[in-house]
Design a protein around this ligand. Structure first.
Ligand SMILES: Cc1cc2nc3c(=O)[nH]c(=O)nc-3n(C[C@H](O)[C@H](O)[C@H](O)COP(=O)(O)OP(=O)(O)OC[C@H]3O[C@@H](n4cnc5c(N)ncnc54)[C@H](O)[C@@H]3O)c2cc1C
Length: 416
């Protein structure tokens, strides 16, 4: 333990991002408390596709967004839908998405996301080994499937980025796809196999195991919901009246982060990309060897310990609006053509919200105006992947050390 052991940090949120942050800070000698009303990994970090998405460096709003916009706005895009009331209410976020869909801005985000994701598979492999969960990690990459040459050509930006950053991948033809995934029941003309990616067979269990590792290393988990934060003296006020004091606070509350930051005057343009998932049994002896993305269909299928998980794309709508699962029903119809799915293997569909920022990069660092309040949020589609590398960045910043990669791209103050 170092001399920093007397410094106490309170992390709000026990998802992948918060627990990873706790582990990184604990390793540096901080006294760590993580507070959450639910079990670790019980929210967004549980129902996702479990892809450690090393190659996902192109943000959701590349310049090609302009081409897909008419379909999205007309409600005809399978991977993205927009609720108009939400778009008007969150105009800063939605307009920011469009303003960032330029070649120069997209390139800047690609470089930043490449740095953030570079060490993700290795960081997870290390943590899973330490947590005794190495068996959950698959190094089989992930496979994106294109029905025709036109759809494949439209994804040229992604392939260019993979090549530019030297990220291990291969382009497959229909035969090579069938060799790797023999149980697919639909033919595709092209596949992009991102070999550098990895995946896990139960994302929620991985976060729970990381949380157990944190407590074994001396971290503390507290069950409670934070109502408000006070910046000086630094403390979290819980809804049940308890007050948790600390030297520093990290807000890692996923889609709820804005609720705690806004009253402090921190106005990050955090938007919601809701998503749903459901587990199915596979028919007969059908197996999937890696997560796959039906690019034209706008959904993913990921093999899990408990079945095959179907996950949907982005639904830009209010976090707390009642879920209607229309995207999931449409995706299920398409997925049943692609793979022999049997009946559901879970009692009900799952729903969560990716929280995102207009430039596609999370906000990691000190929040403007409050020296002892930090945040790590807005991880969008890659928060499960990048929890540990985000934590490494934040731990360096909090220690006053040079960051492992350019921190300015993630500065929470960049929207001020
Ligand atoms: C359908 C879908 C598929 C996805 N697939 C992938 C994927 O394959 N790979 C990938 O990398 N990412 C994926 N993602 C994104 C990923 O799931 C998220 O980016 C990630 O889980 C965010 O983690 P988090 O810790 O920030 O948030 P969360 O996991 O939501 O954790 C936040 C925690 O904060 C707690 N909290 C909230 N408010 C308070 C409060 N007031 N007081 C105390 N605690 C509070 C919550 O209870 C929660 O436990 C997917 C997302 C969706 C929706």
């Amino acid at each position: 333990m170092t001399g920093t052991d007397t410094r106490h940090v309170l992390v709000v949120g026990a998802g992948m991002v918060g627990i990873s942050t706790g582990l990184a800070l604990r390793r540096e000698g901080w006294a760590v408390t993580v507070v959450d009303p639910g079990p670790p990994g019980g929210e967004t970090s549980s129902g996702n596709a479990g892809v450690i998405a090393r190659g996902t460096v192109v943000p959701i709003n590349p310049p090609a967004l302009w081409r897909s916009l008419p379909r999205i706005l007309a409600g005809r895009h399978p991977g993205a839908r927009v609720d108009w009331r939400y778009a008007l209410a969150e105009a800063r976020f939605m307009a920011g998405l469009l303003a960032n869909a330029t070649p120069a801005r997209c390139r800047r985000s690609e470089a930043a996301l490449n740095a953030l994701l570079d060490g993700a598979p290795a960081a997870h492999a290390g943590l899973m080994a330490d947590a005794g969960e190495a068996h959950r990690l698959r190094r089989t990459g992930w496979l994106k499937l294109y029905p025709d040459a036109r759809t494949f050509a439209a994804a040229d930006r992604e392939r260019a980025a993979l090549a530019r950053f030297g990220i291990d991948h291969a382009v497959l033809d229909g035969e090579a796809i069938a060799e790797r995934e023999p149980h697919l029941t639909q033919r595709f003309s092209h596949g992009l196999w991102v070999r550098a990616a990895a995946s896990v067979d139960d994302p929620g269990a991985v976060v729970a195991a990381y949380a157990t590792l944190l407590t074994a290393q001396g971290g503390r988990l507290v069950s409670g919901r934070v109502r408000a934060l006070s910046p000086a003296p630094v403390a979290a006020h819980l809804v049940d009246g308890r007050i948790l004091a600390a030297d520093h606070i990290v807000v890692a509350a996923g889609p709820w982060s804005g609720d705690l930051l806004r009253p402090l005057g921190v106005r990050l343009p955090l938007g919601m990309e809701r998503g749903t998932s459901r587990l199915y049994a596979a028919r007969g002896n059908a197996v999937l060897n890696r997560p796959i993305l039906d690019v034209a269909g706008g959904y993913a299928l990921a093999p899990m310990a408990a079945g095959i998980r179907l996950t949907t794309g982005a639904d830009f709508s209010a976090r707390d609006r009642p879920q209607r699962f229309r995207q999931l029903s449409a995706a299920e119809g398409r997925a049943r053509i692609l793979f022999p799915l049997d009946g559901p293997a879970d009692p009900a569909p799952w729903a969560g919200s990716r929280t995102s920022l207009p430039d596609g990069r999370p906000a990691i660092g000190r929040v403007p105006g409050h020296p002892a309040i930090w945040c790590s949020t807005g991880h969008g589609h890659i928060g499960f992947s990048s929890g540990p590398t985000s934590a490494a960045l934040l731990a360096a910043l909090m220690a006053g050390r040079p960051p492992p990669f350019d921190a300015t791209a993630f500065d929470p103050g960049r929207f001020a």
